[in-house]
Design a protein around this ligand. Structure first.
Ligand SMILES: Cc1cc2nc3c(=O)[nH]c(=O)nc-3n(C[C@H](O)[C@H](O)[C@H](O)COP(=O)(O)O)c2cc1C
Length: 179
């Protein structure tokens, strides 16, 4: 069955490590015939949630007219959600947190999604595991959604260094292929 896969890439870097892993995941998923939307938040116009509750009064329509409306439509239709972020100070990037907060208009009406994480970090796997709170908290709010896989790229500080980690690249491709 063809699935709809939404990959949210939270790094601000153009050729960042997590972005490269998103691309490998995308290649794998496409090789299996799935439809993939790969969205790098930093490349889009997406403002911060204003907590005005306008969406609650207005049938889930946000008061901000920016790129998030299109992304929420894709999100609602997706069977698979991939959340990709580097670790920034034991958490996700501001871009990823902005995306999460802006799902506020629709998070209660999303249905089941299979979720995957892609996380890069300058330090080790133990640091990555201490930094997943925002992602886990978000997924917990999504109806019956389950984290099906996690790809970690630890110990890489510079952009693009993940190219020297063939095992992680292969893991991303394979996970995409088997969503
Ligand atoms: C503002 C900032 C904060 C960071 N904080 C951490 C951190 O707390 N722990 C860590 O292991 N790496 C940290 N890093 C390093 C990044 O996680 C690392 O460079 C990662 O490979 C970036 O991923 P990307 O290439 O996908 O953007 C930080 C980098 C920046 C720019």
């Amino acid at each position: 069955m063809q699935k709809r896969v939404l990959i949210i890439s939270g790094s601000p870097r153009k050729n960042g490590n997590s972005q490269l892993l998103c691309e490998r995941f995308q290649e794998g998923a496409k090789a299996s015939g799935h439809h993939v939307d790969l969205i790098q938040i930093a490349e889009r116009q997406i403002g911060f949630c204003r907590a005005c509750d306008g969406c609650m009064r207005n049938n889930g329509i946000c008061v901000l007219y920016d790129d998030m409306a299109e992304i929420l439509e894709i999100f609602q239709k997706a069977d698979v959600l991939v959340l990709a972020t580097p670790v920034y100070f034991y958490g996700v990037t501001a871009q990823m947190k902005c995306f999460i907060d802006r799902t506020y208009p629709i998070w209660q009406n999303l249905g089941h999604k299979d979720v995957y994480y892609i996380v890069s970090a300058g330090l080790g796997t133990d640091i990555i595991e201490r930094s997943l709170g925002d992602l886990d908290g978000f997924v917990e709010h999504l109806d019956h959604s389950v984290v099906k896989g996690k790809i970690y790229a630890p110990n890489i500080m510079e952009a693009g260094l993940v190219k020297e980690c063939p095992q992680v690249l292969q893991q991303a491709y394979d996970m995409g292929k088997h969503v």
